[in-house]
Ligand binder design. Structure first.
Ligand SMILES: [Zn+2]
Length: 387
């Protein structure tokens, strides 16, 4: 399949990421896995897992400074590990700001850790000075991966592309697809037309906010905890017109409610936990989970301790089962946050461990298949452009 991109690949092609020892050390320290390999999955669970269309709705592997064509000994996601995990579709998100301050009053508000990370990873100068350019560069990186993959990796931008990919994957299980997303639309830099530029670069999903509030709305981690702003409302409408998938992750409770009040299409929350299973500022309430399900959306359960508690398969399953009991098996999915500066129990090659655990907890193969990816595929198909 060919993707349509308006950007000239030859001009912007980032090529194979150039390793930097500092970035290597930093990312090795933060993107850890706690379980040792080989991962042990019961043969009957492995057989069931291989029949499923598995989807993970959130990773930050584009920041990982590795060549994603090669099986990495650090971090969580690359194409060989996605293949080993039988993951058909991986969402690749682009975060562009990581405030350093996190409650330390003497650190200036605007100090951004990502600028330093991207500098040691040798991103282009223009991307260091602009969050908009960070998105555009990361989108180039994913397109470059597609171009170098010799047909094994496809960026999905429309329903026909998704259907053609899934049909092709029936014949060749080595195929993997990616869906490109943006974490925080402060990267529009206040200009609605930049959403068109993101769309043209292949972006099909975005969360309005990330680790701090911005000119679109309030963050779960911000001081203001505000709702949707007038600019946020304009962007939300434009995202729906363009058939982009709206992500509620990191939004403040007021912003989640405002978006749910206005959304006319299914929305999703890519990587979260539920307050009822593990209470903290970033997780959603039972009522919000219910409203996401009512809209036909899907709740992606994250794999890292902040969202679910102890870094174990059991914690992920506990949150998944809590959500299933609350909203039903049709509205729960996976949103690992692999390579998102978090520790997770296993990397992308080990996701069959979850299928195994869900079946052991008494879920039917049919319900497990929905959670492992069927629900995410449904929402993507209902949301993305039809041509
Ligand atoms: Zn996140």
């Amino acid at each position: 399949m060919k993707t349509q991109c308006s950007t000239n690949l030859a001009d912007s092609r980032p090529g194979v990421p150039r390793p930097s020892f500092l970035a290597y050390l930093w990312l090795r320290m933060v993107n850890r896995t706690l379980m040792r390999k080989p991962y042990r999955v019961r043969p009957e669970a492995e057989t069931a897992h291989q029949k499923m269309t598995v989807v993970d709705m959130h990773c930050d592997a584009l920041l990982s400074n590795r060549d994603l064509l090669v099986w990495g000994r650090r971090g969580h996601v690359d194409l060989p590990r996605l293949r080993k995990g039988n993951i058909a579709l991986q969402f690749f998100s682009i975060p562009t700001l990581a405030p350093v301050r996190a409650g330390i009053p003497w650190i200036p508000l605007e100090l951004d850790a990502m600028t330093y990370l991207l500098a040691v990873e040798r991103w282009p100068k223009k991307a260091l000075g602009s969050t908009f350019e960070r998105v555009m560069h990361a989108a180039d990186m994913l397109r470059d991966l597609e171009a170098r993959s010799e047909g094994l990796f496809h960026i999905i931008q429309s329903v026909p592309q998704l259907d053609a990919f899934l049909a092709a994957r029936e014949e060749n299980p080595n195929l993997t697809a990616g869906l490109l997303g943006v974490e925080g639309l402060h990267s529009l830099e206040g200009r609605l037309e930049n959403l068109d530029a993101f769309y043209d670069a292949g972006v099909r999903t975005a969360g309005l906010v990330h680790l701090g509030g911005n000119d679109l709305g309030g963050s779960a981690h911000g001081r203001q905890q505000g709702g949707l702003t007038p600019f946020g409302e304009v962007v939300l409408r434009r995202m729906e017109e363009k058939r982009m998938l709206v992500d509620l992750a990191h939004a403040s409770p007021a912003l989640i409610d405002d978006i749910l009040d206005r959304a006319t299409r299914p929305v999703f929350i890519s990587h979260t936990g539920l307050k009822g299973a593990h209470d903290n500022e970033r997780n959603i309430s039972d009522a919000q989970a219910g409203r996401i399900a009512e809209k036909g959306g899907v709740i992606g359960i994250a794999f890292f301790p902040w969202a679910i508690g102890p870094c174990t398969v059991q914690s992920i399953v506990r949150s998944v089962l809590y959500a299933v009991n609350l909203v039903g098996a049709d509205h729960v999915g996976l949103g690992s946050d692999w390579d998102g500066m978090v520790a997770t129990p296993f990397d992308a090659s080990g996701v069959a461990l979850l299928t195994d655990a869900l079946l052991r907890h008494g879920l039917s193969e049919e319900d497990a298949a929905k959670i492992m990816g069927g629900n995410a595929i449904r929402v993507v198909r209902e949301t993305l452009p039809e041509e």
